[in-house]
Structures are given as structure tokens and as C-alpha cells.
Write a protein that binds this ligand. Sequence first.
Ligand SMILES: [Zn+2]
Length: 273
Amino acid sequence: MAPSDMISTYSQIEFIISMLFAFSAGASAGSFINAAAMRTTSDKKWWGGERSSCDKCGKILGTLDLVPILSYIFLRGKCRYCSEPISKRHFASEVISGTLTAALYARWGLSPALAISLAVLWFSLFNSLTDIEIGYIYDVWAVALGALGILIRIPAGWAAMLDGLLGAVIGFGFIAMIILISRGGMGWGDAMLMMGIGGAVGWRYSALSLYAGFMIGGIVVLPLMAAKKLKRKDAIPLGPFLAAGSVFVLFTGDIFVRRLSYFLGTRPGWPWG
Ligand SMILES: [Zn+2]
């Protein structure tokens, strides 16, 4: 083997190991976020005396029942004690968070962009889960995302922080405008969620996220309405679409930002130019 081949084999192995690590860290985060969302919607505490238990029989779960993804697979989706099916939301949260965490790590490497991306992914996963379950977005976790995003921007200086503030204003303002014009359809929780996401990602990605979120919402909802599976008056949670749009933009926003910088004569680059 030539030395250069050895180096490339070594870096491939290193890449695979770091991807596996990112995947399992993301799956664990997804597991925690899902549990936190379920406890929040049922007014339970996140920690302290509360221990993880079966949703159906209430049996306190052991370590082997709580390994992200693997426990679900080995138990074939059923509780070890009562044999009732385990809600798919546990498995789905772990797989989605694991896969996207690894993909974002591959996209950005260890960088401020990765920190902001993971904050957006994890906080908006939490907000999506509560929105799907009870149609409610907890403002405090949307505001926390925006605040964390601005905090990460501090070392990059005033322009980067201002970019975050502008992103928050665009995200909140656009949804607020829709609420005021349409009177219904969207809630203030959606506006708060976009304020948080916008504060983290800055004004360009905030605008793109809104666009992508509405496009994804349309692509999913319109065919369901056409097939009469959904009625116009049905309450459709919009948080998950906005979250999906913003995560989509974390991967693709670069393409648009380059064009935009060309026209505006600004420096390309994200999270700050
Ligand atoms: Zn059980």
C-alpha cells in the first residue's frame, strides 16, 4: 500500500467513526428530547424523582430498555413487561435526530455553524413534538433557541448578533402578519418558533426557512386536502413544517446565499458573512 493510500484509508476510518459517534449522540439527544416533550405536555418534571417508565403499564424501565434505537429494535417495538406496542414516536425521534445530527456534522464539521445547526434541530424537534401531540408550542423553548443562537454569535461581533436579531424579527414578523391578515390558521406559537429559529440562523436563512417551511407544508397538506383526507378547518400543526423547512435550509441555504451575496455585494458564508 502506498503511503497516500494509507492516509486516505485512515481518514475514511476516522470519518466513519466520527459519523457513528455523531449518529449515536444525535439519537441519544432525540431520545432525551422526546422524553422531555412528553413530560412537558403531561406536566411532569424532567428530572429528579421521575424515572422513565412504560407509557402503557407504568413499569419503571431498566437500562436495557432505554438504549436509543437498539432497544426498540430488539424488543420488536413491544414493552418487555406488558407486551403492549411502544409508541413509534420514541423510535422516530431517535432515528430522525441521529440521522440529521450525523448529516449536519458531515455538512459543517466542528464549527459555530454546527453548534447553531444542532440548536435549531434539537429545539425545533422539541417544539414539533409538543405541537403534534397537543397543538401547542412552548414559547419558553422557542425563546431559548433564539437566545442561545445570539449567544453563539457574540464572539463573531456586532454584525453577527445584529444578523440574529434581524432573523428573529423577520421570522416573528412574517408569521404575525399572516395571523393578523388571515385571523386563524397560524398561531402565536408558530410566530414564536420562527422568532427563535430566525434568531439562531440570521436574516437570510430565516427568510429561506419561512419559504421552505411553507413549500413543504403545501406539498404535504394540499394533496391530503385534495384526497379529502383533511378538511380546510382541521387543525394542522404548522410547527413541524416550519422546523422541517429550517432544517432543509441548514443543508441547502448556502446555494441561495452565494447568489444573494453576488447581487448584494456582501460576503458569502454562514452563520455570518
Ligand atoms: Zn409496559
